[in-house]
Write a protein that binds this ligand. Structure first.
Ligand SMILES: [Zn+2]
Length: 299
């Protein structure tokens, strides 16, 4: 491929149009007359954080194990106190390592969604490999939980030029890996409506960017937990003011510590104090948006 400054208009326009935001799917009303919708997600990467890079370190694998042993129970206790249902995006390998965790979450009314096979980076894969992994992941998740996943979050929110076509082939209801809005929208592929609901993510609303650290690098996390709560709260209050969607991504091996779990607890307190928010799984929110917009395939 030539240098970007040499590209003709069809080239750069074509690249931009591959995956695009279509119409806004923020519904006229949320269920129960709620003012806004709250989608809490937890990406249960666990050991795949180390495995995906070919990591061989038992110490780093044990960090992932913490997510399952301590992170998930603390998260579940916080959700249970408020009767809140959430979505857990789980790489298939992580689900095979912790099948009881996934079954317990589904039994209790939470959603378990797709998050790749071993947290692979889609844009580094050829089309056939990516497709095989996504289909194998969907089949594996269904075998583990008994429920076929209806939504995906790509590992590391990475998209290849083939990801959307594979999601369509899997007949997914929604994706939650893209960034083009605060509120739900329909994904458009090369100018064509896909009927797939996007529940957009953002690094601002992700615990990992504030807390992760590279042991051998010079940088250390610079945002104190109170400031992270402040950012998340402002994002929530903004969604509430606009009557939109507040979607937050957290990780059991990041948020699940004694010094951090209060962020989730305090946020749930504030949401409950508002008294007019619909906390629901991504699948339920996507289904509501699709139905209200009359998207085909909406049940
Ligand atoms: Zn992940």
């Amino acid at each position: 491929m030539s240098e970007p400054h040499e590209w003709d208009e069809p080239t750069w326009r074509g690249l931009v149009n591959q995956v695009r935001a279509g119409r806004n799917l923020k519904p006229a009303s949320w269920p129960g007359g709620a003012r806004c919708a709250v989608a809490l997600s937890f990406d249960s990467d666990h050991e795949t954080n180390e495995l995906r890079d070919g990591g061989l370190s038992p110490a780093r694998l044990s960090w992932g194990e913490f997510g399952a042993r301590r992170g998930i129970p603390r998260i579940k206790a916080a959700l249970d106190r408020h009767g809140a249902k959430a979505s857990f995006f789980v790489p298939a390998v992580s689900a095979l390592l912790h099948p009881d965790e996934q079954r317990m979450l589904v039994d209790e009314g939470h959603e378990v969604g797709l998050h790749g096979w071993i947290h692979e980076v889609n844009s580094k894969l050829d089309a056939q490999t990516e497709r095989d992994l996504m289909f194998r992941a969907a089949d594996t998740m269904e075998q583990v939980t008994g429920v076929r996943p209806v939504g995906m979050r790509t590992p590391s929110w990475d998209y290849s030029p083939n990801t959307l076509a594979i999601a369509r082939e899997l007949s997914l209801l929604y994706d939650s890996s893209l960034f083009a809005d605060d509120d739900p929208y329909e994904i458009v592929a090369d100018g064509e409506s896909t009927g797939i609901v996007e529940l957009p993510v953002e690094w601002v609303r992700d615990d990992a960017v504030y807390f992760m650290m590279n042991r051998f690098g010079a940088q250390r996390p610079y945002t104190p937990p109170e400031a992270v709560l402040d950012i998340f709260t402002r994002e929530f209050e903004g969604a509430h003011a606009e009557g939109g969607l507040f979607l937050l991504t957290m990780h059991p091996h990041v948020i699940g510590y004694r010094s951090r779990i209060f962020i989730l607890e305090a946020l749930l307190e504030r949401i409950a104090a508002r008294g007019d928010c619909w906390i629901a799984t991504h699948a339920d929110i996507a289904r509501h948006c699709a139905r209200e917009a009359g998207l085909k395939g909406a049940a």
